[in-house]
Design a protein around this ligand. Sequence first.
Ligand code: HEC
Length: 147
Amino acid sequence: MNYRKGSVLALSSLLLGLGAAGLSLAVAGDEDSKLHKAMEVVQAKNGFIMKNTKTAAVFKKNQKDIVEATKTLTKIGKEFREDDVETKDKKKDKKAWTDLMDAFVSETEKFAVAAGKDDAKQPDVKKAYANVSGTCTKCHDLFRPEE
Ligand code: HEC
């Protein structure tokens, strides 16, 4: 039946079109990308850690949760270290990505140990978090698309 054949053809070219559109959206900066969603979690955990290392009182009260939040950061880093992400200049640099993510993983691991110590002092912990933040900035400098 010609009619059916025609509509199947129309449908498949429509799907092809949608597929191509979907593909062009699947780059860093896409609101729905897995990395974007993960970064929203990273942002939330980062905010929690910053907020609760500000004073000795909030630090003591939330010390365990700070360590847990940091472990989530480490986990996300490990999950995405092998991803193929374009630099903000649309270049491929898989090695740079993995290196930057490994630095992030290593700093979050160190921070979790420092923050979890029984004798951990809030001012030291707050200062130590700068090492983690530094790895966020370094990666964003190269990989995070400008708004
Ligand atoms: C190895 C690279 C890398 C590291 C490390 C990294 N980021 Fe990102 N981040 C990105 C990229 C790439 C994007 C853009 C992704 C997107 O929006 O699709 C991004 C996006 C973001 C966004 C924007 C999300 C939004 O809702 O628009 C925030 C906030 C963010 N990162 C916070 C952080 C913080 C805080 C850290 C450290 C604790 C961190 N990132 C560590 C690569 C990284």
